[in-house]
Design a protein around this ligand. Structure first.
Ligand SMILES: NC(=O)c1ccc[n+]([C@@H]2O[C@H](COP(=O)([O-])OP(=O)(O)OC[C@H]3O[C@@H](n4cnc5c(N)ncnc54)[C@H](OP(=O)(O)O)[C@@H]3O)[C@@H](O)[C@H]2O)c1
Length: 299
């Protein structure tokens, strides 16, 4: 698999084909933009911050002067008819053959689930699940008419093997994997490839980790991913990530995770937060009730 040449996507879609990438202004998404521009695809970049998007756009223009680009500054957690109408309007003249649902939200700290802010849980559900469903439906309809297309969804190894202390994030990414796998079978006959692409840690702002054997740079992650673009339904591009997956199948991953967290003093901190919280709850019963009423407004 590592010696197989990358599939020729340019040949599959022909000229004037567009690739839309969400979470395009940083990390893995930015690397996707550069890579697909290098293949000759025009690029639509979507994420929140216009100035960051324009910076990536300028880089692409300079490196690949023949490639057309478009930026859409949009908060994708704020999905609504207004958001989809806007995206439809912005892309009306572009044939988007490849959709890369790359954007993701993750809680900043490893914590006990009970200590994750409800606001953060909602954000992760909105970005990692709800907008994924909305965007996929929006583009799939058009691809079905043309009987060609690729949808790539950025999942996470934590969703494949589980990850205590990142419970909501890991669960939303598990959804992403299952969703990708389920729909991939449905659209085979329409010539549409749907892929779940699964990394463990990659060195980006989100992971806040330095590159190492187990933590590839975005470039080396992409070098491995490229070879499998548009091929299998579920891909774990990096060798080191496949190794973690294998170890987790031996039930070693939780103990590895736990020893890592212990070594970083993170478990102790999480326990301390839990004790403080328990004390607070005893003192202030009304606070708990207010927390629950929050949950009932969870839509
Ligand atoms: N890095 C890892 O270790 C790792 C591991 C497994 C899976 N993943 C998955 O890989 C994907 C990319 O992660 P990354 O590490 O490359 O992230 P990153 O470096 O933190 O970049 C996040 C990108 O998403 C955009 N974004 C964030 N929230 C948004 C929102 N609400 N609406 C629109 N755009 C938003 C950011 O734009 P602004 O800068 O404008 O906010 C930025 O362009 C995610 O789905 C993540 O879950 C990452």
């Amino acid at each position: 698999m590592y010696i197989r040449p990358a599939p020729n996507l340019r040949k599959r879609f022909g000229p004037d084909s567009w690739c839309l990438i969400t979470g395009a202004s940083d990390g893995i998404g930015k690397e996707f933009c550069h890579r697909f521009a290098s293949f000759g695809f025009n690029i639509i970049l979507v994420s929140r911050t216009l100035s960051k998007l324009q910076k990536v756009q300028d880089e692409i223009k300079e490196k690949y002067p023949n490639i057309k680009t478009k930026v859409i500054a949009q908060d994708l957690s704020d999905y609504s008819t207004k958001m989809t109408d806007r995206i439809e309007e912005e892309i009306k003249d572009a044939r988007v053959d490849i959709l890369i649902n790359n954007v993701g939200a993750c809680s900043r700290k490893l914590t006990l689930y009970i200590d994750t802010k409800l606001r953060d849980d909602k954000l992760m559900i909105n970005v990692n699940m709800k907008q994924l469903i909305v965007m996929t439906k929006l583009f799939l309809k058009k691809m079905m008419k043309r009987k060609n297309g690729i949808v790539m969804n950025l999942c996470s190894g934590s969703g494949g093997v589980g990850c205590p202390y990142l419970a909501t994030y890991s669960s939303t990414k598990g959804f992403c994997m299952l969703f990708s796998n389920n729909i991939s079978y449905e659209y085979d006959e329409y010539g549409i490839t749907i892929q779940g692409i699964t990394p463990f840690y990659v060195s980006t702002k989100m992971s806040n980790m330095k590159p190492s054997f187990f933590v590839p740079t975005t470039k080396s992650f992409m070098d491995a991913a490229v070879k499998q673009f548009g091929s299998e339904r579920n891909v774990w591009p990096n060798f080191s990530h496949k190794l973690i997956k294998f170890l987790s199948s031996l039930h070693l991953s939780y103990s590895m995770e736990k020893s890592y967290l212990t070594s970083q003093g993170l478990l102790k901190k999480a326990e301390e937060r839990r004790t403080k919280r328990a004390k607070r709850m005893k003192q202030d019963h009304w606070r708990l009730e207010r927390g629950l009423s929050d949950i009932f407004q969870f839509d």
